[in-house]
Design a protein around this ligand. Structure first.
Ligand SMILES: [Zn+2]
Length: 433
């Protein structure tokens, strides 16, 4: 056995259990230091000093250490799982068991030293003055949050790789550094109130949960490539794009099926896409203070708790003809599949057949999830000759729990009707083209 393997101090996890009461003095294993050494006693009447072997357990709760005599005080030592890094040492007084978890090699060395000490052998390794022993300093916790509210706080040496939450707000930031797009542990990124006009596409590779971009200028270039990143698409739950000067709904957003909250307040949006019905987890949709003329009837297919459409420009068809609007819708929705596939998609929809991303081609899934649905239930892809765009006044939106809108305006909803016979499905359509 190499001498270097002998240990008198180990960093470990320890749970203390009282054998009499079976109560755990520590509810679970806590990071601890276990030290071993001799305590020099005062000279006895014969002028001899006695050396008393002691174990000391330092925990975050007992920083000064709990002391245990070793000589004639060991109740048991269970070493069956020492190769897994687990050992139990029981003392007679106090009647406590220490359940120790540690690196197996260190633990083995520590036990060998303990054995030597119990046999009364004075080894070099036990020269530790146990009275002065201290806990092994533990590495400080990795930094997981950073907030920057002033330019002077921006880190010159870069960001800790361990960050989970990063807030850089109100510092006139004009460019998002590539480095931030490589912080793989980030789940929350708040860049509110800066001067960003573009977001690097690499941001789409992060699995963010929350992204706040309000009060920037992303409507200047309308560069939405970063929204096409698969990881971001599949992870984002909260997105705030309010006050960015947007004049259209960013098309890739309809694929964000995990979104729960979407804030688009204070922009210049005139329409929301029919494809928004793909956002089945959406619970809060904020589109107040925009220029919305209507809402897509597809909103009713969602399960929205809170819809805020206060301060918009709802109106009946006006200026822009229904046919022009139909073309606009056709341009924003998923590409219509070829005729046979269209039949297939309609059958899946009509018979409510179950499907997953593995059983259907992506183009069909996009069509099934995003295409406008006629009141009769048929999937449309605007621009079929028989399809007509209708605008209904004051739709009921029965699935929406809380709706905020200015009372002086009516709300209008657009729907696509696939044929003349389908009018009978609604009594709400007020205007025919
Ligand atoms: Zn129809």
């Amino acid at each position: 056995m190499k001498i270097s393997n002998y240990k008198m101090k180990i960093l470990c996890e320890v749970q203390v259990v009282n054998r009499n009461t079976q109560a755990n003095r520590t509810p679970r294993a806590v990071k601890s230091t276990l030290a071993m050494g001799y305590k020099q006693s005062a000279r006895d009447s014969n002028g001899n000093t006695k050396k008393e072997l002691e174990l000391v357990l330092f925990t975050p709760q007992v920083k000064a250490g709990s002391r245990y005599k070793v000589r004639e005080n060991i109740h048991c030592v269970h070493t069956k799982f020492v190769l897994d890094g687990k050992v139990t040492i029981g003392f007679k007084q106090p009647a406590e068991n220490l359940l120790i978890k540690c690196d197996p090699i260190q633990l083995k060395g520590f036990l060998q030293t303990l054995k030597l000490g119990m046999e009364g052998k004075d080894t070099m390794n036990l020269r530790l003055n146990i009275a002065a022993a201290t806990a092994i300093p533990q590495k400080s916790q990795p930094q997981t949050r950073m907030t920057i509210n002033r330019r002077s706080e921006y880190p010159i040496k870069g960001f800790p790789r361990t960050l989970k939450t990063l807030c850089i707000t109100n510092i006139q930031l004009m460019k998002l550094s590539f480095e931030i797009c490589t912080l793989r542990n980030l789940t929350t990124l708040d860049l509110c109130c800066n001067k960003l006009t573009k977001i690097p596409a690499e941001l789409g590779r992060l699995s963010l949960n929350t992204l706040i971009l309000s009060g920037n200028a992303l409507g200047v270039y309308n560069d939405w490539n970063w929204l096409r990143g698969t990881k971001l698409t599949q992870s984002l739950c909260q997105l705030d794009l309010s006050a960015n000067g947007l004049n259209y709904f960013p098309p890739p957003l309809v694929k964000y099926e995990r979104l729960i909250t979407l804030n688009l307040n204070h922009n210049d949006l005139r329409h929301l896409p029919f494809g928004i019905r793909r956002l089945q987890r959406l619970r809060s949709l904020h589109v107040s203070s925009n220029k919305l003329e209507s809402l897509p009837a597809a909103i009713e297919d969602l399960h929205i708790d809170l819809l805020d459409v206060w301060g918009n420009s709802f109106r009946s068809f006006n200026g822009e003809s229904a046919q022009e609007q139909l073309q606009r819708i056709a341009a924003t929705q998923a590409h219509a599949p070829a005729a046979l596939w269209l039949q297939a998609a309609r059958s899946v929809s009509k018979y409510k057949l179950p499907y997953t991303a593995h059983t259907l081609p992506p183009i069909l899934i996009d069509f099934l999830s995003e295409a406008p649905r006629c009141l009769c239930g048929k999937l449309c892809y605007a621009l079929q000759p028989e399809e007509l765009l209708q605008r209904a006044t004051q739709p009921k939106f029965e699935n929406i729990k809380s709706l905020t809108y200015s009372r002086e305006h009516q709300i209008y909803a657009d729907l696509i009707v696939c044929g003349r016979n389908c009018y009978s499905y609604t009594a709400q359509i007020a205007e025919h083209p």
